[in-house]
Ligand binder design. Structure first.
Ligand code: C2E
Ligand code: CA
Ligand code: CA
Length: 578
């Protein structure tokens, strides 16, 4: 055996390892086996044969047995199998075999020497790889989100910057940023626990990754906010992608035995050359808020007018946290009239926020934020309590004992197990007759999370109050729910009353709801009655009660008392609003 040969082989081994590719070990072993005319070569890794050539299965088992027992660096002999092997590090063994008697002492010494250099190289390789791994880990941590493994805000911004830098003015493709936010995520977390919330985040991250092409980027900004950066043929295709994502995510999933129904809202901002990446993200965020304000589970494209709205929203959000503590939550009341004899039947409570700068704000401008931030339960209870106090007082007036109170309960309050105790306490302290208390729940709240709400609904019903389904006809509830839950009343949504006598479809819907209510022995309220024509029609169709601007606008408790209670005169069917 010539020195030049062994030197050549050694240099080959080292160069093979210098590529830092562990797979090269196989090539090296192959080369060694070839050079010494061996019929068999194998690599053992952690007690298992990870690669081998020229060994039957029986031989392999035997070899493993031998390798376990043998001290390092000596030839093993088993039957007709003669081998020379060397340890590589603590667990890897290089095996070059069936050389038997054809190997002389010198050759064996050379093989061992090579094995040692391989070992040295392997150790170096390990050191390099583990350092590189550590570097990769640190990079991964700094640029990726631990839960979903998606790029984080930093990497999203870097990627967006690189994308914008490469944009040219007459780009054939349209570059867009989709800002995706889970609707009512806080509520899902509260109702099902954080582990379920995490599962949902992972689930959504997968859907997003599957919905886009390999070149697109999906990232997680924070909490329940995801980003997609994509390049598609035109704006229509981008909107279509958003729509598809929304529809796919809308499918309920099972997590820890409960079914989670959830939606996302998406804001889309289209990117131009020279744009600032942070501003693009902000724009997409604003568009997302617009999508939420439009009713969630939908998408909206950014428009510059949204900037003004976003500024207002920010300051609104800051103040909303203190609104309840500062006593800024107000309860407005809207009257409800019985249609059979045109008498005042009671009131619905409607929340208002007495904002320190902007004055009285309607629920549409802050309820979404209150729901997302978990403030809504507190607000629901404040409104319920003030409403109960007022009505309880008026029930003392002879002739008004029958006055009923109807109060809105958000999905959050419904799912919150503390709600029942709080309502019970309020009923007791205000002394209101609970038979005259209705809790209005929207269809969506009712069916959204049937598992966690069902027992709460029964518990509420056991307090002797009544349940009403609000905005009936707009949600997804089925007859099944009406039967399953102790519902006492349906409120026909304003949108159907609006089109009565004008839109035949609305006529059909209103008629159907009323006959359905009749069949199930439920009371019916027609909401949003604004004119005499609508009043005539709902009366004709057989609605029990009417509510709307025609009877009275929502107003403060003081104004309500002045208009409807103090005069104690027979109530006109149509009340002129103050
Ligand atoms: P809702 O429960 O369907 O309440 C009826 C809404 O229709 C009220 O809007 C009311 O002012 C309005 N309205 C009543 N009559 C008419 C009419 O003739 N024409 C028109 N165009 N509108 C009419 P508001 O007060 O802005 O409340 C909006 C929604 O906010 C409510 O819809 C309810 O879902 C929610 N909300 C109100 N108060 C509370 C509350 O205390 N807690 C919760 N969770 N939600 C509340
Ligand atoms: Ca209502
Ligand atoms: Ca309603």
């Amino acid at each position: 055996m010539e020195t030049s040969w062994s030197l050549h082989l050694l240099s080959e081994i080292l160069s093979a390892f210098s590529t830092e590719d562990p797979d090269n070990l196989r090539n090296v072993v192959n080369r060694v086996a070839e050079s010494v005319d061996a019929e068999v070569a194998a690599i053992l890794c952690e007690g298992q044969i990870s690669w081998c050539i020229g060994l039957s299965e029986t031989d392999q088992i035997q070899l493993l047995e031998q390798a376990k027992q043998q001290p390092s660096n000596i030839p093993i002999r088993s039957g007709d199998l003669h081998a020379c092997w060397a340890p590589l590090g603590s667990s890897d063994v290089l095996f070059v075999g069936r050389l038997g008697e054809r190997f002389d002492l010198e050759e064996r010494a050379l093989l061992r020497a090579m094995a040692r250099s391989i070992e040295l190289s392997m150790n170096m390789l390990r050191a390099v790889t583990s350092e590189r791994q550590a570097r990769n880990d640190a990079y991964q941590q700094a640029t990726h989100d631990a839960l979903t493994g998606l790029p984080n805000r930093r990497m999203v911004l870097d990627h967006l910057k690189a994308t914008i830098d490469h944009l040219v003015a007459d780009e054939a493709l349209v570059t867009a940023v989709l800002f995706i936010d889970i609707d009512r995520f806080k509520w899902i977390n509260d109702a099902h626990g954080h582990a379920a919330g995490d599962q949902l985040l992972i689930h959504i991250s997968r859907i997003l990754t599957d919905s886009v092409r390999h070149e697109d980027l999906v990232g997680r900004l924070s909490g329940d906010e995801f980003i997609v950066i994509t390049q598609l043929g035109d704006r229509h295709a981008t909107n279509e992608l958003a729509r598809r994502i929304i529809e796919t995510i809308r499918q309920p999933i099972r997590v820890f035995g409960s079914e989670l129904s959830h939606t996302v809202s998406i804001g889309i901002s289209f990117v131009q050359p020279g744009d600032d990446p942070s501003v693009v993200l902000e724009n997409a965020d604003m568009a997302m808020y617009r999508a939420k304000a439009l009713g969630r589970g939908r998408y909206a494209n950014f428009h510059s007018s949204m900037r003004v709205l976003a500024q207002q929203r920010l300051s609104l959000e800051e103040n909303l946290g203190h609104a309840a503590d500062n006593g800024e939550i107000r309860t407005y009341l809207q009257p409800l009239f019985r249609l059979s004899d045109n008498t005042l039947a009671g009131f619905e409570t409607l929340i208002r926020w007495q904002h320190p700068q902007h004055g009285i704000l309607p629920p549409g401008s802050f309820l979404n934020q209150a729901e997302d931030s978990g403030l809504i339960q507190e607000m629901d209870m404040i409104v319920f309590e003030t409403g109960c106090s007022a009505i309880a007082k008026w029930q003392q007036i002879p002739g008004l004992e029958h006055l009923r109170l109807s109060s809105n309960l958000s999905a959050h309050s419904l799912a919150d197990p503390r709600t029942k105790e709080r309502i019970k306490a309020i009923l007791e302290t205000t002394g209101i007759n609970s038979c005259n208390v209705y809790l209005e729940i929207t269809e969506t709240a009712l069916v959204e999370d049937i598992k966690s709400t069902a027992s709460n609904i029964i518990a509420l019903r056991n307090l002797n109050l009544r349940l009403a389904i609000d905005d009936f006809g707009t949600g997804y509830s089925s007859l099944l729910y009406l039967k399953r839950f102790p519902v006492a009343l349906l409120k026909i949504d304003r949108s159907f009353v609006d089109g009565l006598g004008l839109n035949p479809e609305d006529d059909v819907i209103a008629t159907t709801i009323i006959s359905l209510a009749r069949a199930l022995e439920l009371e019916v309220v027609a909401e949003g009655v604004e004119n005499e024509n609508q009043l005539d029609l709902i009366r004709e169709l057989g609605s029990d009660y009417g509510q709307g601007y025609l009877f009275g606008q929502p107003m403060s408790i003081g104004d309500t008392e002045r208009c409807f209670i103090s005069p104690r005169r027979p109530h006109p069917a149509v009340h002129t609003t103050p």
